[in-house]
Design a protein around this ligand. Sequence first.
Ligand SMILES: *[C@@H]1O[C@H](CO)[C@@H](O)[C@H](O)[C@H]1NC(C)=O
Ligand SMILES: *[C@@H]1O[C@H](CO)[C@@H](O)[C@H](O)[C@H]1NC(C)=O
Ligand SMILES: *[C@@H]1O[C@H](CO)[C@@H](O)[C@H](O)[C@H]1NC(C)=O
Ligand SMILES: *[C@@H]1O[C@H](CO)[C@@H](O)[C@H](O)[C@H]1NC(C)=O
Length: 418
Amino acid sequence: MASSSSSYIIHFFILSLSFFSLSSLSASSKPNSFILPIKKDPSTNLFYTSVGIGTPRTNFNLVIDLAGENLWYDCDTHYNSSSYTPIQCGSKQCPDVACIVSCDGPFKPGCTNNTCPASATNSLANFIFGGGLGQDFIFISQYKVSGLLSSCVETDRFTDDSPLNGLPKNTKGIIGLARSNLSLPTQLALKNNLPTKFSLCLPSSNKQGFTNLLVGSDELSKFVQTTPLVVNPVSTGAVSVEGVPSNEYFIDVKAIKIDGHVLNFKPSLLSIDKKGNGGTKISTITPFTELQTTVYKPFIRDFLKKASDRKLKRVESVAPFEACFDSTSIENTVPRIDLVLQKGVQWTIHETNLMVNVKKNVACLGIVDGGTEPRMSFTKASIVIGGHQLVDNLLVFDLSSSKLSFSSSLLVHNASCS
Ligand SMILES: *[C@@H]1O[C@H](CO)[C@@H](O)[C@H](O)[C@H]1NC(C)=O
Ligand SMILES: *[C@@H]1O[C@H](CO)[C@@H](O)[C@H](O)[C@H]1NC(C)=O
Ligand SMILES: *[C@@H]1O[C@H](CO)[C@@H](O)[C@H](O)[C@H]1NC(C)=O
Ligand SMILES: *[C@@H]1O[C@H](CO)[C@@H](O)[C@H](O)[C@H]1NC(C)=O
């Protein structure tokens, strides 16, 4: 990848990753890895990538959502692709019993008759939107892939709220990476006989100058730890379907430690209850880790106590953050936070993932009160690990073995995701 921007070079997600794929000559012409560069939007703190769609090829910036069940894009009135094929109701590719019977026209992607519906979920919007399921060419790294299903939504048909609400201004949809049949990793893996596995490495906006070497798997294994991915048996999306499990990624956090001391709160909050509440999920749509209020309260109290023991100078809070400090008093000594996982595995949140520089000489703990009420969902996780805490951490989601491998911060090892 000969790109000039370093964030293009080092931060990516690889679908169905095979570390040696690029050096081995494969007999089949089928690709064995797909790489997409990731960028961060500074105003929303969300992450996006770019793919080409249709004929003529149109590039779309799409927000990365680990909880997103499919890829949906905005086929507004100006968009028309001659290679677009809507999926008809009742066909074997249509998982839905509902049907978009007809559209008033003008006919184009997003406005076709007898079309299988597909959701266009954006948890930052206030409503649930629907589009049509369709097939078109999708350009990913150097490949032109056909036969992938996506959802196309004419956003300019909606007046009250837009499916694009809350997304960065330059983005036109969402690329979903959830554990679902229509997510891009699942579709690409099935089509190319690859393991259902993808890696994600989110960039911080302000780091430059890493090289673009692909890390070999042996080298990588020194850094990564593995923990089971937990399936929440209750659907956690905006539409709750009885008996259908959540397709979001949960991990089993057993305890939170601050400077080595286990935080005291009701332990049952860390497990998922019968209604699907509780537990710990990973979200790229949540910019900063959110702790449910009953976890947040003791957490912030203990953190402030430890910070004061370490002689950090507290300053006025800067919303949405509460624990803010004079950054000249920090000098690499913020209290250490570890998430204790199954079998004693620990996810240490590195200082760069904890603190947010909000203004000159003020750094705040980038973990916020998540409240008690769910938003655009019927369930509420106790801990939502958000984007800032994932930056520069290599995450490998292996859906076939239901495991998450994570590196903690690669910066500790003088390494980057490349
Ligand atoms: C979109 O393109 C198709 C052919 O590729 C054409 O039949 C159709 O009229 C176009 N629709 C609009 C609204 O321009
Ligand atoms: C779509 O359905 C409407 C209403 O039944 C019909 O008038 C129209 O001709 C159909 N258009 C196409 C392209 O099939
Ligand atoms: C996903 O695909 C599998 C195999 O085709 C099917 O058995 C399953 O019902 C599908 N899941 C959903 C939620 O549609
Ligand atoms: C990382 O690099 C710095 C400066 O080059 C060096 O001082 C430090 O020991 C290195 N750390 C590791 C873990 O290699």
